[in-house]
Design a binder for this molecule. Structure first.
Ligand code: UDP
Length: 236
């Protein structure tokens, strides 16, 4: 049940189906990779060979963005709905708090992951956050980080290093890690820690969340300017 965009199999699932599928990865310690591409990530996939290789190692790909939904529709294979990484991960935290499962938070500026842990523990009773680490480590720190994660018997690892860093990191370390699943989630820890505010619900509903992000973080304008043309160029 996937839709092919540029050859990448994007899951055609509702949010609740995605939550169940990813929760299903907890049991086996296969370090499954979940990626949440928006149009910008799709563009990196088509222009950056390293990103192409990394995304091809993903086990489960969900559409995080209106651009991906529009591309699927134009190809005549519409997707059921947007599955935003920030919502998918929060829903997974809620399910794990009720039904079992823990999480390790990796990424964002120093202090943000710890603050996200504090906020999530306050907001989601029963949640089990077994470790945190900021995303500004050096390559030589990686073996110790991986050793720590493996020692904690982690069900899900949130990898919040931004794109393409997080996708490359997950692909590189899949075989080193012994966890249930890892998800590349961009700026989600900034949202969970309330360091950044997400767009209001009406903006999300009207499919203009991207506009909110451009207003809040104007450096994104250059990055997204080429996306409409790129999306229109996608063929079957
Ligand atoms: N980040 C990080 N390590 C880095 C670079 C970025 O942890 O070396 C974090 C950054 O602090 C922010 C997130 O990655 O929390 C970037 O996510 P966002 O989705 O905003 O960026 P994008 O993927 O759009 O570049």
């Amino acid at each position: 049940m996937s839709v092919s965009i540029l050859g990448l199999p994007i899951q055609n699932v509702t949010m609740s189906e995605a939550v169940d599928d990813v929760y299903g990865f907890f049991g086996a310690r296969e370090s499954k990779i979940v990626v949440t591409p928006n149009a910008e990530i799709l563009q990196m996939y088509s222009t950056d060979p390293a990103m192409k290789e990394a995304l091809e190692k993903a086990d489960y790909i969900v559409p995080d963005g209106v651009g991906v939904l529009l591309a699927a529709k134009r190809l005549g294979t519409p997707l059921k709905e947007k599955v935003a990484g920030v919502e998918l991960s929060r829903n997974l935290l809620e399910k794990a708090a009720k039904e079992g499962g823990n999480v390790y938070l990796l990424g964002a500026k120093p202090g943000v992951a710890a603050e996200a842990k504090r906020c999530l523990e306050e907001e989601i009773p029963g949640i089990s956050i077994v470790g945190v680490r900021d995303g500004y480590f050096k390559p030589e720190d990686e073996p110790a980080i991986i050793e720590e994660i493996n020692a904690l018997n982690v069900d899900m690892l949130f990898v919040c290093l931004g794109a393409p860093k997080q996708e490359l990191w997950m692909a590189e370390h899949k075989s080193d890690l012994k966890i249930g699943v890892m998800l590349g989630l961009g700026g989600s820890l900034d949202i969970f820690s309330h360091t950044l505010k997400r767009a209001s619900q009406w903006m999300i509903n009207c499919r203009v969340e991207w506009l909110y992000r451009v207003i809040k973080e104007p450096y994104r304008i250059g990055r997204i300017a080429s996306l409409p043309k790129f999306l229109l160029s996608i063929k079957k």
